[in-house]
Design a protein around this ligand. Sequence first.
Ligand SMILES: *Cc1c(COP(=O)(O)O)cnc(C)c1O
Length: 343
Amino acid sequence: MFDLDKFVRPNVRLLTPYSSARDDYKGKEGIFLDANENPFGTLNRYPDPYQNELKKVVSRIKGIPAENIFLGNGSDEIIDLSFRIFCNPGTDKALTFTPSYGMYQVSAAVNDIKMITIPLDENFQIDLKSLTPALSDKNLKLILICSPNNPTGNCMNRVTLERIIYRFSGIVLIDEAYIDFADNYSMKDSLGRYPNLIVMQTFSKAYGLASVRVGIAFASEEIVRYFNKVKPPYNISTVNQKTILRRIANRSYFNGQVRKIRSERNRMAVDLKKIRIVKKVWPSDANFLLVKVDDADAIYNYLADNKIIVRNRNSLAKNCLRITIGTKRENDRLLKALKEKEL
Ligand SMILES: *Cc1c(COP(=O)(O)O)cnc(C)c1O
């Protein structure tokens, strides 16, 4: 039997959470004199702390019960809360792979958690053999895996992921920020089998709502309860909850954008390979391409001088740029600039 409480920090386990006015009285109608709100205006009331209406809709589109859903102020809040719930500052450790999303290491450092980093293999996959010794470290509490991975663009092998979740006795967080651009199935559909699994998605990428700041965690009811216990009471504004609801209602808009971005991604992979200064383009399941060039710093600066801004990943992956897929017109401008650099 998996005993979640064993992996929760004692202060969090014993915490009496803040009880908001909206926790005490759950009705919708009435004269509300309980939360020191201003009675005038339209944005004068505090938001629903548990985003029940939004969760109902997220539940329907994602096929996961609302009780297994937590919404954060961006995925960044979910990452931070995971460290705060499961890792004791100063003693516990977390583990991730490189190259991957930089926020994991920053968030660990903020929480004073030591981060073990294991390099991905030459295909940017997880090498189980190099991971195995770390799995028996008693202080290792949390493993963070990005799939599809930023900045390499590939999905991690599903069998490897399942082996890690099965073998590791702590918590595994799988970050699927880019899953809507991939052909692969989400790991959220395995949630029932793994009480130690958290699957994270976001409205920032495929849904085109990065400015709204809403991330999603799918996990056991028990884990969701701990997220709710530790989060700030009103972590998602009413305006943002409503914005997401409006966007979800327009399903065809979403499908059309994802289709366009994927087809542009596939075209760009072909066209970039025809350019002499491009040395390699990795296959991508995301909305960006990892591209190796002859001199990443020089090409980054040259593009920036031409008002085309890409992400220089030279420090993470030698001579690599991460190029986000834009509109057809924007992508054509990039190709043109790179061809002109060739001349
Ligand atoms: C963009 C991105 C996110 C999304 O973060 P939000 O805080 O939800 O905007 C999460 N994980 C990775 C790996 C990303 O690249």
